[in-house]
Design a protein. Structure first.
Length: 119
């Protein structure tokens, strides 16, 4: 399955890097994305990267601040988050993804990691 890690408490303007690791299957065949959810709000797809890493996609809410990348040798996908804002506070998940008008999940999910942006 997929396991997200790297969350924590950070001050506004700070940075975090999340990791998504897979067990039992190779990530390099899959398009992988990051999603986040705040209690009481809809889940938001924020970033997606093709299996070849040739293309990446971002939600407008994070474009220019977050960067998705992958290292298929390490079977891991990353989300570098810079210039964090309090509204980025959420539980972050990784999952297989697709892209249409927005980024959507396509099946495999992992356990999330909490990101809290607060002074």
């Amino acid at each position: 399955q997929l396991q997200a890690s790297g969350g924590g408490l950070v001050q506004p303007g700070g940075s975090l890097r999340l990791s998504c690791a897979a067990s039992r299957f190779a990530l390099d065949y899959y398009t992988i994305g990051w999603f986040r959810q705040v209690p009481g709000k809809e889940r938001e797809g924020i970033a997606c990267i093709l299996s070849s890493a040739s293309s990446t996609y971002y939600a407008d809410s994070v474009k220019g601040r977050f960067t998705i990348s992958r290292d298929n040798r390490k079977n891991t996908v990353y989300l570098q988050m810079n210039s964090l804002k309090p509204e980025d506070t959420a539980v972050y998940y990784c999952a297989t993804c697709g892209v249409a008008k927005s980024i959507y999940p396509t099946g495999y999910w992992g356990q999330g990691t909490q990101v809290t942006v607060s002074s």
